[in-house]
Design a protein around this ligand. Structure first.
Ligand SMILES: NC(=O)c1ccc[n+]([C@@H]2O[C@H](COP(=O)([O-])OP(=O)(O)OC[C@H]3O[C@@H](n4cnc5c(N)ncnc54)[C@H](OP(=O)(O)O)[C@@H]3O)[C@@H](O)[C@H]2O)c1
Length: 261
């Protein structure tokens, strides 16, 4: 498709999201559940994508009844290679909003020594998300509007010994989203990168989380929605993580390599 002339640019704005259909990838995540309720309360119809179709069916039915919207499940496994794009392309219509929450964090010692674990972390957090987002981006490009919001992580801002397999996949994802935002801007499609710090979810269950800098899934969902409406490019949630990561990124490498982080 030829690039739009500057005067033809369509600025992405939620007022353009008329059909109000959103695709939620990783819909079983606690943050995604909070986001789904927030969107459904405002009349958005939802497609809930993830691996466990039985649970997603129940989740869809609950949302549909509670909020009087249309919610449907979509079986999607981000380790499914070429099958991912096929699933997305099989959608009936183009969801003008996609929010991707899918991701996994696994034991770092195992990732260092076990091929399958390392592969699962990299494939789910990086390759899989990209293979799901690419076809959505192409569909929205043709429409000339829409929003793609993807949850990356502060862990991608600097590799640390405690989770550098996960962190490097998220760093790659953050770079991909930056490029995608740059690519889609002139087509009127907005890309939001979401970088949560600590969030109380099943992923962090049992971990000692510092209260003041730990968010609830509901707070993260509200921050994401606010960022979509305000056309933010990159958000940290909770907000103080922007400054925490600024400090961490600026520690000189000769000091950083000696720290136990
Ligand atoms: N919790 C935190 O402190 C924190 C901090 C920064 C960033 N994040 C990011 O936030 C996002 C949501 O995480 P969460 O904390 O809410 O964790 P969570 O509850 O464990 O949710 C992870 C989601 O990813 C989905 N998923 C995992 N592997 C998948 C695959 N192969 N194909 C499709 N979906 C798959 C899970 O679906 P299933 O039901 O199929 O397992 C689940 O919906 C993740 O991207 C995570 O990296 C979390």
């Amino acid at each position: 498709m030829a690039k739009r002339k500057p005067e033809e640019k369509i600025q992405p704005h939620t007022s353009q999201l008329k059909k109000k259909q959103a695709l939620i990838i990783g819909a079983s995540s606690d943050m995604a559940v909070a986001m789904s309720h927030l969107l459904a309360e405002q009349g958005w119809n939802l497609i809930l994508a993830g691996r466990n179709i039985k649970d997603l069916r129940e989740q869809s039915s609950d949302l549909g009844i509670r909020h009087k919207i249309i919610a449907e499940p979509l079986a999607l496994d981000l380790t499914d290679g070429k099958g991912i794009a096929k699933k997305i392309q099989s959608l009936d219509g183009v969801p003008e909003l996609t929010v991707c929450f899918a991701g996994i964090m696994q034991d770092e010692d195992q990732a260092r020594t076990n091929y399958e674990t390392a592969e699962r972390i990299l494939t789910t957090n990086y390759n899989g998300v990209i293979h799901a987002v690419n076809p959505i981006a192409e569909m929205l490009k043709k429409e000339g509007y829409g929003v793609i919001a993807v949850v990356s992580s502060v862990a991608g801002d600097r590799g640390r010994q405690s989770n550098y397999h996960y962190g490097s996949a998220k760093a790659g994802l953050t770079a991909y989203l930056s490029g995608l935002r740059n690519y889609l801007y002139s087509y009127g499609v907005h890309v939001l990168t979401i970088k949560p710090g600590f969030v109380r979810t099943s992923m962090t269950e049992g971990m000692p989380l510092p209260g003041p800098i730990t968010g609830s899934p509901e707070k993260i969902a509200r921050d994401i929605w606010k960022a979509i409406r305000k056309k933010k490019n990159v958000i940290y949630t909770l907000w103080m993580w922007r400054y925490i990561m600024m400090i961490i990124r600026n520690i000189p490498e000769f000091v950083f390599k000696r720290l136990k982080l």
